[in-house]
Design a protein around this ligand. Structure first.
Ligand SMILES: *Cc1c(COP(=O)(O)O)cnc(C)c1O
Length: 475
């Protein structure tokens, strides 16, 4: 077994837990320290399969395809116990933006650990949640000044849906109970969120449990008619939304959309004209617009929030995933004054009586503040703009590959379809990618790159070259 220095930061003082001392650096390699249990790749895999039920997985698949054991992460890389590395080109499920083991986020969390890890947010408040709410309110499009916290993306969707319904009820329009979402949308997998999700693989099995909602045509430009443009397709879909609202607005509470990029359906991208029309229509027909920026938020599409590309502001904005830089689960729903005020009343039940135990967790909020600091200090949005252009130019050979179709880019997302006859393409591609140090998760025949923003040119070049090899081996 290799020995390497293990550095653990701690400012917990066992003799005086209230001391709040400056962080100590404990180098265990100098103290003959043994890990609590000896572990290697195989031991971990075996124990994981016995004890851990992995997400979004048919567990029997792992009889053939081993799990990837991860010992540690650094920047864009994940490492196993033998030092084998994998480029995290999916940002660990779209959450990581500034790399693993980011020193600045680590330092903020170490400091926060010495102050407050968590406190109940009903009836109490704390500095990280107040500062985060103020900053998010300033950064968000429009005037979205009231932050309601959840724990993960799906809980933000649940909050936004319940809030939109309750808003109309408080306004004396209790018949406005319906939700509209786009075809092939994804908003999470708890029952309410799954009800407005339109991905058959996740939804069909649970259909009998779900509340009916309406799906209107998706502006995803891959679905345009032959000879049509992305914008013409977006406008045609907006017309379909208008027809639906014209006849159903009286029973509709809200429209929920993933602005500009529909992630889980395979990075379907669409023209901003759709968002502009959707905003106008929601205002005209008294329907709340919910922007689910759980994936698109925090710079992923090239602006801090995707709605900015269209110059619109929603009534409710859902954020999660990259909010903590990919460190800790946290989500938030931002709302307008108009929504907030509809709940502000002497009557208790007109309030939003919804909660999650870890609402506004102090550590998670502090990680989010450190993430926002990095955006500010490093001018990340501007830097990503040039990086995105440079990376797209470097991807020319891949985009022109005879098996690659509909190569597309929006900010720090790249995607394309692979034409193949192999029914097991996704599985084979995934395996070939791992053999070449790439962690990529195809969605059907769609390959996408959603790397942490800290990825460097040579890593990007490696990703492109090896992706072409994988396509040639698996298509
Ligand atoms: C990931 C995602 C969600 C769900 O977030 P979880 O944290 O996985 O519950 C909701 N909406 C969008 C657009 C997402 O990408």
């Amino acid at each position: 077994m290799k020995t390497k220095p293990r550095v653990v930061w701690s400012n917990y003082n066992a003799t005086d837990p209230h001391a709040g001392a400056a962080p100590l650096c404990v180098d265990f390699s100098k103290k003959c320290w043994q890990p609590p249990c000896m572990i290697d790749n195989n031991a971990l895999l075996e124990r994981s399969l016995r004890a851990v039920w992995h997400p979004c997985t048919q567990m029997k698949v792992h009889e053939q395809q081993p799990l990837v054991p991860i010992e540690r992460g650094q920047g864009v890389w994940l490492y196993d116990f033998d030092g084998r590395r994998y480029l995290d080109a999916v940002s660990s499920w779209w959450v990581n933006i500034f790399g693993h083991a980011n020193t600045r986020i680590n330092a903020a969390l170490v400091d926060q650990l010495g102050r407050l890890e968590h406190a109940i947010l009903a009836g109490c408040t704390h500095e990280p949640v107040v500062r985060l709410s103020e900053r998010l309110g300033q950064l968000a499009p429009g005037s979205l000044g009231h932050c309601f916290y959840g724990s993960d993306g799906a809980s933000a969707t649940e909050i936004a849906l319940k809030m939109s319904f309750h808003y109309w009820r408080n306004r004396g329009k209790a018949q406005k109970t319906g939700f509209i979402s786009l075809q092939q949308s994804y908003h999470g997998e708890t029952l309410g969120a799954l009800s407005v999700t339109d991905v058959a693989l996740f939804k069909d099995t649970y259909a009998p449990l779900l509340r009916a909602s309406v799906q209107v045509p998706s502006p995803d430009w891959r679905l345009r008619l032959p000879g049509s443009t992305a914008q013409a397709h977006a406008l045609a879909c907006a017309d379909a939304l208008e027809r639906h609202l014209a006849s159903h607005h009286e029973s509709t509470a809200s429209l929920i959309v993933e602005p500009l990029v529909q992630g889980a359906c395979g990075m379907g991208m669409y023209d901003r004209a759709y968002l502009q029309r959707a905003r106008e229509l929601c205002t005209r027909y008294d329907v709340l617009l919910i922007a689910d920026e759980i994936m698109t938020g925090f710079g992923r599409t090239g602006a801090l929030f995707a709605c900015e590309h269209a110059g619109i502001a929603p009534d409710l904005l859902c954020l999660s995933k990259a909010i903590t830089g990919g460190y800790l689960p946290l989500s938030v729903v931002l709302s307008t004054d108009a929504v907030y005020e509809a709940f502000y009343h002497d009557e208790v039940t007109r309030g939003f009586l919804h909660s999650h135990s870890y609402t506004g967790n102090a550590l998670a909020c502090r990680a989010a503040l450190a993430t926002l600091d990095i955006f500010e200090q490093d001018q990340v949005i501007a830097a990503n703009r040039t990086k995105s252009e440079r990376f797209s130019a470097m991807a020319g050979v891949l985009a022109a590959h005879p098996r690659v179709q509909d190569f597309r880019n929006q900010g720090m997302i790249w995607a394309f379809e692979v034409s193949t006859q192999n029914p097991l393409f996704a599985r084979d591609f995934y395996r070939h990618a791992l053999q070449r140090e790439l962690l990529l998760r195809p969605i059907g025949n769609t390959i996408y790159f959603m790397p942490p923003y800290v990825i460097e040119d040579d890593e990007w070049r490696m990703l492109l070259e090896r992706t072409i090899e994988c396509i040639e081996h698996s298509a």
